[in-house]
Design a binder for this molecule. Structure first.
Ligand SMILES: O=C(O)CCC(=O)C(=O)O
Length: 277
């Protein structure tokens, strides 16, 4: 069990993020990368047709990852014993493909309140300054009313190109470098971004969105999967885990849930892809 120290919890409260934490060894991370790449080989690009915030409903290896004890234990220290996973994002930047993530706060558009929301971002390949790892602004989780604007750009991995308009001092950003098997945790209001991958290898990360069961959806009916404890609130439709990769029931569950999410997060004009981040 990897418990956070009191100091680490304090750093999270002050800064709005913490890294690097260890989920697994490099061999195990490589094993997960192989499962991911086998899925890509069988099903097609996970950033194209199968880009989805609910891939954990289709892939058993991803379902295991959202329940990974060495990730959930620190999450429990931050969110309490009853935890839902609201979404996952498979975030791949190919070498020199130019894709990036603009500065944003997740909760600006996720439609969740209160802000008991923490993302774990697990590296499956080295996430370095060169490969386009995340950058974050310390203390920005306490900022409110930051104006975001949707900026249309196909290279932006965000669904609507949501971007903070002003107030970010790039120079003050912390660079969250991670080795395979390591992860970071960030609060739902922490301002973050990432630059294109200029390394020779793919940059592969998996983001897992955790919420406490007392969180409520503010934009209509929403869904999540219980990963620890009990759900005493019933604020979310509870999703069903896949029994096998891409089996018929899993595909049907995924389709139903993704439709619900798309209508929640995207403007009708912007339904070009399901939102991941
Ligand atoms: O993978 C990235 O570079 C950015 C991911 C992100 O914005 C997130 O996990 O909230």
């Amino acid at each position: 069990m990897h418990r956070l120290t009191d100091k680490q919890i304090e750093v999270f409260k002050q800064d709005g993020f913490i890294f690097p934490l260890k989920a697994m060894g490099t061999k195990e991370a490589y094993g997960i990368r192989q499962r991911l790449e086998a899925t890509e080989a069988e099903q097609g690009s996970l950033t194209g047709k199968f880009r989805s915030p609910k891939n954990h409903l289709l892939m058993t290896w991803l379902d295991s990852l959202v329940r990974w004890p060495d990730i959930l234990d620190p999450i429990e220290q931050l969110l309490g014993p009853n935890i839902l996973c609201w979404g996952t994002a498979i975030l791949i930047k190919e070498p020199n493909d130019g894709t990036y993530v603009s500065w944003h706060q997740d909760l600006n558009y996720w439609g969740l309140t209160p802000a008991n929301v923490v993302s774990a971002w697990l590296a499956l390949t080295p996430a370095t300054k060169t490969s386009g790892c995340m950058r974050m602004i310390k203390g920005s989780h306490k900022w409110t009313n930051l104006v975001h604007r949707d900026v249309n750009d196909n290279k932006n991995l965000l669904s609507r190109g949501q971007s903070i308009q002003k107030g970010i001092e790039e120079k003050s950003a912390t660079v969250l470098e991670l080795q395979p098997g390591e992860f970071s945790l960030h609060h739902g209001n922490t301002a973050h971004a990432s630059a294109p991958n200029q390394a020779e290898e793919r940059r592969i990360g998996i983001a897992i969105r955790y919420i406490a069961t007392n969180v409520r959806p503010t934009k209509g009916n929403d869904s999540a999967i219980l990963v620890r404890g009990n759900d005493q609130y019933g604020n979310f439709h509870l999703e069903t885990a896949p029994l096998q990769d891409f089996d018929m029931n899993a595909i049907a569950e995924h389709e139903k849930i993704v439709k619900m999410r798309q209508t929640l997060l995207l403007d009708k004009s912007a339904i070009k892809k399901a939102s991941q981040c």
